[in-house]
Design a protein around this ligand. Structure first.
Ligand code: C2O
Ligand code: CU
Length: 456
């Protein structure tokens, strides 16, 4: 790692008590250990919470590399359960995708290891998490940010990550053990009662008047959807799901599970003031996430220049005129029609009428696509619930979402579909292998809402 990058990491860390950064020189393998840890999630006056964590902290180490570099990291599993690691949103070779019994054998409990190694074609904000026993493993704290910097990142004063996690804690700050309860699995998923930013409930986020912050939001929660408002501020969205969008001011930033947004936050408040950041996605349960707290120092600068647009990633445009169309219907859940034998086996959700249990050996693909061809998928949410639908190994264009054409066709790996609504995505099936296509509400994923798309 060169000195400039080191300094950047060091300042980012010092300024915001963000996740510890693990600098990854391109050549040295490093270890990512999944292990037990204790962490103060809800303030020093409350007991510590026993968590599962990568490298002993939640979130795990922030992996920060440069576009085009190779990530090489060995995962060691010190937990009493098998696991895998999936690098969400990265277009990588199938064997590195971290899906148990599909792309690799699970990493055995109590000491198993697996080496992940792949190139990073796209710049952007990504993350990593287990792909086995996800409701519990993610729900106990296993995830971290993977930031791939542009070759020439836009100038900002600070570039940092907020990993948003949602926890279900009891009065003693212990994680409740009711994973995959009937209620969670068949409704909105495991929505908790405590939201942390970078592993702690925070009262404030310190800023300085006049500074420009690039804020990378990652929703690492099992099921909670966020709708964030920065009172007194108008953040610019410059990327979604890791990929650039034409910069636009956003009043409210909606993030489903697994989704990311890169914001440019110009700190235009006065020195010494405080401004709330509100999450009001569930309107009757709105709460204050934290306050932006301005230092009393005079403003760093008077005006902030134009908001930078990020360079596009090297994703091939699908040929929309010739794309082959397929329809994918997501069904099930409470208030839907679900045959009762299935609900007895804990399978509540379907993709095109079928369920796929997690960790299934060699599942049949729902679709087999021809390598190099363009496809349009019409995604129909035939349920009364939200579903963030995620495709592995590819980046798709979102053409339409919830009844609205998406201007400019945003790129993404996850699309949030409202209840009884639809979306349309298009992509070139250019990465060979068997790829998961599933809902990222982890309780839905683990109770059937998952399928395999084969690119051959
Ligand atoms: Cu973020 Cu299939 O996962
Ligand atoms: Cu879902």
């Amino acid at each position: 790692m060169n000195r400039r990058r080191f300094l950047k990491l060091a300042t980012a860390g010092a300024a915001a008590s963000v996740a510890p950064s693990l600098a990854l020189p391109a050549d040295a393998p490093r270890i990512l250990r999944a292990e037990h840890a204790e962490q103060h999630l809800v303030g020093a006056t409350n007991p510590e919470t026993a968590v599962w964590a990568y490298g002993g902290t939640v979130p795990g180490p922030e992996l920060r590399l440069r576009q085009g570099e190779r990530l090489r990291i060995e995962v060691e599993n010190a937990l009493p359960v098998d696991t895998t690691v999936h690098f969400h949103g990265i277009r990588l070779p199938n064997a590195m995708d971290g899906v148990p019994n599909l792309t690799q054998a699970p990493i055995a409990k109590n000491g198993g290891r697996f080496m992940y190694e792949f190139d990073l074609p796209d710049a952007g904000t990504f993350w990593y998490h287990p792909h086995l026993g996800s409701p519990e493993q993610v729900g106990r704290g296993l995830y971290g940010a993977l930031v791939v910097e542009e070759r020439e990142p836009p100038a900002v004063d600070r570039d940092l990550v907020w990993v948003l996690s949602d926890w279900r804690l009891d009065r003693n700050a212990r994680i409740t053990g009711d994973f995959m309860s009937f209620m969670d699995a068949s409704h909105a998923g495991r929505i908790g009662n405590t939201v942390t930013v970078n592993g702690a409930v925070r009262d404030v986020f310190a800023v300085r008047a006049g500074e420009r912050v690039r804020l990378r939001l990652i929703n690492a929660s099992n099921a909670r959807i966020y709708g964030l408002r920065f009172e007194g501020h108008e953040p610019w969205v410059i990327a979604l799901e890791g990929h650039p969008v034409a910069p636009r001011a956003a009043e409210r930033i909606v993030l489903g599970p697994a989704m990311r947004a890169d914001l440019v936050l110009d700190c235009k408040g006065d020195p010494g003031t405080r401004h709330r950041v509100i999450d009001d996605f569930y309107q009757r349960r709105a709460y204050r996430l934290l306050d932006l707290e301005y230092a009393s120092d005079p403003a760093l600068r008077k005006t902030s220049g134009p908001v930078p647009s990020l360079p596009a990633n090297p994703v091939t445009q699908p040929d929309l005129a010739r794309a082959e169309r397929h329809r994918v219907v997501f069904g099930g859940g409470m208030m839907g029609a679900m045959p009762s034998q299935r609900t007895q086996r804990g399978m509540f959700w379907t993709v095109n009428g079928k369920v796929l249990p997690e960790g299934h050996h060699h599942p049949d693909p729902m679709l087999t696509l021809v390598r190099g061809k363009s496809y349009t998928l019409e995604l129909i949410n035939d349920t009364s619930w939200h579903h963030p639908i995620h495709l592995h190994g590819h980046v798709f264009r979102v053409l339409e979402r919830n009844g609205r054409k998406v201007e400019g066709g945003e790129w993404g790996d996850t699309v949030l579909i409202d209840p009884d609504s639809r979306a349309e995505i298009a992509f070139v099936a250019d990465n060979p292998g068997d790829w998961m296509f599933h809902c990222h509400v982890l309780e839905h994923q683990a109770s059937g809402m998952m399928a395999v798309i084969r690119v051959a």
